[in-house]
Design a protein around this ligand. Structure first.
Ligand code: ZN
Length: 247
């Protein structure tokens, strides 16, 4: 096990992917999933399997199959849109897979059952550069080595992600303007009132609905919020039309 830094890839990935894709909640879930594989110690402690068995230490929980499984669960527990689900699946799967990767880079310890459930056999990485053999598992020396070999590359990854993100599509960037709008949204009372939509739906005019939503002024003027309002209004009006046509 990388003793100290299993949570760190989740933070680095969250910074690299940016707050518009990875919320604080998702980041914490990723950090939890990045540490979770070492819970397999319990199966050894309770005698379910031997230390080096498929369900022992660095067994099925240290596999790509387990990472995919948690990714799917993460998608199911995430927000309603396709983008949110896809992001959660990719992020959680990457965080979980980072655990066996970090373990695999250490030059001590048994190898991982990477290919579970297809194959329970253990496979070592060809490159295991982190020098931890003979070092106290919870000592300062170990922490220093992990910081150098794992912490520094993760910091570089986070920084590279932040830089690249600013060159990406506009919806992905986190400009000062976006940060201000987000802060304003957080402070403003949320009065995107259903009664406004209900009243407007009776007239069935999209323009009216949008105007009413704007006039309600509950959320401060973020472009994103405005777009969300318009989309919600369009969906509601569309649903009303469909209902009228069917009934
Ligand atoms: Zn481990």
């Amino acid at each position: 096990m990388a003793t100290f830094l299993h949570f760190a890839p989740a933070l680095a990935l969250a910074v690299a992917m940016g707050p518009r894709l990875v919320s604080r909640r998702l980041m914490l879930a990723g950090a939890f999933c990045a540490v979770l594989p070492d819970a397999d110690f319990a199966s050894v402690a309770f005698g379910f399997d031997s230390y080096s068995g498929t369900y022992g230490h660095r067994g099925f929980t240290h596999s790509l199959g387990f990472a995919l499984l948690l990714g799917v669960l993460g998608a199911m527990a995430s927000g309603p849109t396709g983008r949110q689900r896809l992001t959660a699946a990719v992020f959680i799967a990457l965080c979980t897979a980072s655990h066996p990767l970090l373990d695999g880079l250490m030059d001590r310890g048994i190898c991982n059952a990477w290919a579970w459930p297809l194959d329970g056999a253990r496979h070592c990485l060809a490159w295991r550069p982190v020098p931890t053999a003979g070092v106290n598992l919870f000592g300062w020396d170990r922490l220093a080595r992990e910081a150098l070999w794992l912490g520094v590359p993760l910091l570089l990854l986070a920084h590279a992600g932040m830089t690249l993100r600013q060159l990406g599509p506009r919806w992905w960037r986190t400009s000062p303007r976006w940060r201000r709008a987000k802060a304003a949204n957080r402070q403003a009372p949320r009065t995107l009132a259903p009664p406004v939509f209900a009243a407007d739906l009776e007239h069935g005019h999209l323009a009216q609905t949008v105007a009413a939503a704007r006039a309600s002024g509950g959320w401060a003027g973020s472009i994103n919020t405005e777009r969300t309002r318009r989309r919600t209004a369009m969906r509601a009006v569309g649903a009303a039309w469909v209902r009228k046509a069917v009934v």
